[in-house]
Design a binder for this molecule. Structure first.
Ligand code: FE2
Length: 162
């Protein structure tokens, strides 16, 4: 598949989502605070990416197709709310809880459900919302630097940033 700046960014986002899923799968009660922090990091990435799409791509999408643009925002809001629920659950994890293992399992299940929804969102963006046929009508995507996407290395120079 021919890639563009957006699909390259999505590729790195997918990796971050799966990395966190694996980390959560392997987590023990003593990892609770690290899990909570890792979820904060992934959340920051996803919020930053959504903000970038809404600031830079949504206006152009709205000019091309208002219905698709509204759908994009609706999806972003839904996923935002799901993430906030996950953050709230993770923020109260502590290694000392009697039921910590059970709560980690619940977070693991809930994260994988969110992951499935987020992957479907990325797929829809690539197939229809920001499809090559639509992107070709749009101006170039200034500021998207896919070579700098890996937030693990340098969040400040991420393509999702200002
Ligand atoms: Fe999006």
């Amino acid at each position: 598949m021919p890639s563009n700046a957006l699909t390259v960014i999505h590729k790195f986002i997918r990796r971050e989502l799966f990395d966190f899923a694996e980390r959560l799968f392997r987590a023990e009660p003593q990892d609770c605070s690290a899990i909570s922090q890792a979820l904060e990091d992934v959340t920051a990435l996803l919020f930053q990416h959504a903000a970038m799409e809404e600031t830079r791509l949504h206006p152009m999408l709205a000019d091309a197709d208002r219905t698709l643009a509204d759908h994009l925002l609706h999806d972003h809001h839904r996923l935002h709310d799901d993430l906030e629920r996950l953050r709230a659950a993770a923020s109260t994890l502590t290694a000392n809880e009697v039921d910590c293992t059970e709560r980690l399992l619940q977070l693991h299940l809930d994260w994988n459900r969110f992951l499935a929804a987020y992957l479907a969102h990325l797929d829809e963006e690539e197939r229809s919302l920001f499809a090559p046929s639509l992107i070709s009508f749009l101006p170039s995507l200034p500021g998207l630097r896919p070579c700098a996407v890996s937030l693990r290395v340098a969040p400040s120079c991420c393509a999702c940033g200002p």
